[in-house]
Design a protein around this ligand. Structure first.
Ligand code: FAD
Length: 117
């Protein structure tokens, strides 16, 4: 059982990392195709996420807090807020959403302002 919890937590950390990195690097001014793609990716993630209990809760959360895709800032703040909702339910500390833009780098240096790490 402890093993299962460890694996579930590892999957969660990896998934959050991908979601936050994708939204932190989402176009500043996305096209409607890009907006649709992000929304669909999040919806499909909530259907296919392999922890069934997590997927169920996530689908309920998405109904309450539909993905925001109008800009990079909207998307990354939305992802942070939704992660905080999950943190709240799991009794984990709230995260300061003003930190996400700096914290989630992609290592792809075509972006102005991105630093080699
Ligand atoms: P995580 O919550 O995995 O966060 C990883 C790191 O991200 C943190 O250390 C911190 O540096 C940073 N971070 C924390 N909060 C934020 C934020 N709001 N915005 C940006 N960065 C942040 N587990 C369950 O047991 N039950 C569930 O129902 C469940 N549902 C989940 C649903 C989804 C969609 C996902 C992706 C995961 C879910 N998990 C669930 C897993 C759970 O959220 C954690 O990933 C796991 O418990 C490991 O927690 P952690 O303390 O290492 O930090």
């Amino acid at each position: 059982k402890l093993g299962n919890e460890t694996i579930k937590a590892e999957l969660g950390r990896s998934t959050w990392k991908l979601l936050h990195t994708m939204t932190a690097r989402f176009p500043l001014e996305p096209t409607s195709e890009e907006r649709t793609a992000l929304k669909q990716w999040i919806t499909l993630l909530s259907r296919l996420y392999p922890c069934g209990e997590c997927a169920e809760h996530f689908q309920v959360l998405l109904k309450q807090y539909p993905p925001q895709t109008s800009s990079r800032d909207a998307a990354s703040q939305w992802a942070c807020a939704v992660h905080n909702k999950v943190n709240e339910r799991l009794e984990k500390p709230m995260f300061d959403c003003s930190l996400v833009a700096d914290m989630y780098q992609c290592g792809c240096d075509e972006e102005e302002g991105s630093e080699e790490v």
